[in-house]
Design a protein around this ligand. Structure first.
Ligand SMILES: C[S@@+](CC[C@H](N)C(=O)[O-])C[C@H]1O[C@@H](n2cnc3c(N)ncnc32)[C@H](O)[C@@H]1O
Length: 252
């Protein structure tokens, strides 16, 4: 089947339409917490825009995908109930993952640590976690991804984390992955956003070179990272081409 740009656009719109709705009803205690997160997710984009945050969060259909992955990762028999994210922005993807952690049967005291070096983004995210009733679940760790992971990995210890989600500086993905590797438990997930593009689509019909040097650097770095993780004997990796591509690797 030939994929045309129009078919692809229609497919993405369909995915956003069908899998991007935020909604949940019910009245038991767990569902009540999730309903509060959903309420916060619904108004998030408008508040983020008003606060001047850049429009670079994951889309709601990717958010649902992160909820599914976080639920599965934290439901396993050997789950630790711990997730680490690199690149918080305003807390949107973190709330989708926290939603999955609360749905999970596995984690009684789930904990998500999310790393952000921009103080304005970190402050906005903290307020959103408070609004969503997630202050006891999510902690924003200020600082640069590589520096924080260097401290966090020995602090949390080996095999201490169910899932690591990478969504900060694309040229540092390999560094984040190298530092995260020991923390991820067997059967745990390494997930990376922007596996196929970041603000622009990397797999093009033409030569694939971009006028913007930063885009070229990001593409080259993520391409090398994708190839390295696909060939890594410690991981089984795949990539789902939703939005700008989500790479998922499970630790053997
Ligand atoms: C694409 S946004 C993250 C979006 C977020 N994961 C979501 O979907 O809601 C990337 C974020 O990473 C932060 N960032 C970029 N480079 C970073 C670094 N080296 N260390 C820590 N944070 C970084 C940026 O300030 C920005 O807030």
């Amino acid at each position: 089947m030939e994929m045309t740009p129009q078919k692809w656009q229609n497919t993405c719109a369909y995915l956003r339409d069908v899998f991007g709705a935020v909604g949940c009803t019910g009245s038991d205690a767990k569902t009540g917490r999730i309903a509060r997160i959903d309420q916060t997710l619904r108004g998030w984009e408008e508040r983020a825009r008003a606060a001047g945050l850049p429009p670079i969060a994951v889309s709601p259909d990717v958010g649902h995908f992160l909820t599914v992955l976080a639920t599965l990762a934290t439901s396993a028999r050997n789950a630790t109930g711990r997730i680490v994210e690199v690149g918080t922005l305003g807390g949107y993807s973190a709330m989708w993952m926290a939603r999955g952690m609360l749905m999970s049967e596995g984690s009684s005291s789930p904990r998500l640590r999310t790393i952000e070096y921009d103080p304005k983004h970190a402050a906005f995210a903290r307020a959103e976690f408070e609004r969503a009733g997630l202050s006891d679940v999510v902690e924003v760790i200020p600082g640069a991804g590589l520096d924080v992971l260097k401290r966090l990995a020995p602090e949390l210890g080996p095999a201490s984390v169910d899932m690591v989600f990478l969504d900060a500086e694309k040229t540092e993905y390999q560094g984040y992955a190298d530092l995260s590797r020991p923390m991820i438990r067997r059967g745990g997930l390494l997930v990376a956003d922007n596996a196929l593009g970041s603000g622009n689509w990397w797999i093009t019909d033409g030569a694939g070179s971009h006028p913007d040097a930063r885009a070229r650097d990001s593409h080259a770095a993520v391409d090398a990272f994708n190839r390295a993780i696909a060939a890594d004997t410690e991981f089984e990796a795949s990539c789902v081409p939703i939005r700008e591509g989500v790479m998922i690797a499970v630790k053997r």
